[in-house]
Write a protein that binds this ligand. Structure first.
Ligand SMILES: [Zn+2]
Length: 159
């Protein structure tokens, strides 16, 4: 039995398991993400890959409108704006005065985006980082209807 993940749309085996409180997904998708983060956490040279994966997963599993989901999606999209548009080193930008300032962005379709299953759990650091970046870029591209809003938030709140 397979199912389609409510967040990223990946087709995965149905399993019984936990999911995140607001980054709603199929249990099999959440499990794969946990496995990937576990693998990335071991190697300090995979810090960039890890950050890109955290941002990609959060923005590809936006959940439903609610304060935490709104905050999470906005902050992770602002991170993408920082590294993928402004080409700054991958390191979370500092935000100031943004609490309660964001609103819900209607999630796009991720039908042609990469997913967590496209990032290998065991491969060379370069392969993993390259796959993480390709995943991040494809998710960021899917959010293009909201790029202008994210740029405006960045300009207002990033320090
Ligand atoms: Zn998913």
């Amino acid at each position: 039995m397979t199912e389609s993940c409510v967040g990223c749309g990946a087709i995965i085996k149905v399993i019984d398991g936990p999911i995140h409180r607001y980054m709603t997904s199929a249990p099999g998708c959440w499990e794969r993400y946990g496995e990937l983060l576990g693998a990335l956490a071991i190697d300090p040279t995979l810090r960039v890959a890890r950050q890109l994966c955290v941002d990609a997963y959060a923005t590809q599993h936006p959940g439903t409108p609610g304060p935490q989901a709104i905050q999470s999606v906005a902050v992770h999209l602002i991170n993408f704006h920082d590294y993928l548009v402004r080409r700054r080193p991958v390191s979370v930008p500092h935000l100031l005065g943004h609490k309660g300032a964001f609103h819900w962005l209607q999630p796009p379709s991720f039908a042609s985006s990469r997913t967590v299953f496209d990032v290998p759990v065991s491969a060379s650091g370069e392969e993993i980082t390259e796959a993480a970046r390709a995943w991040a870029e494809s998710v960021w591209a899917a959010w293009s209807p909201h790029h202008a809003q994210v740029a405006a938030w960045y300009a207002t709140f990033a320090r």
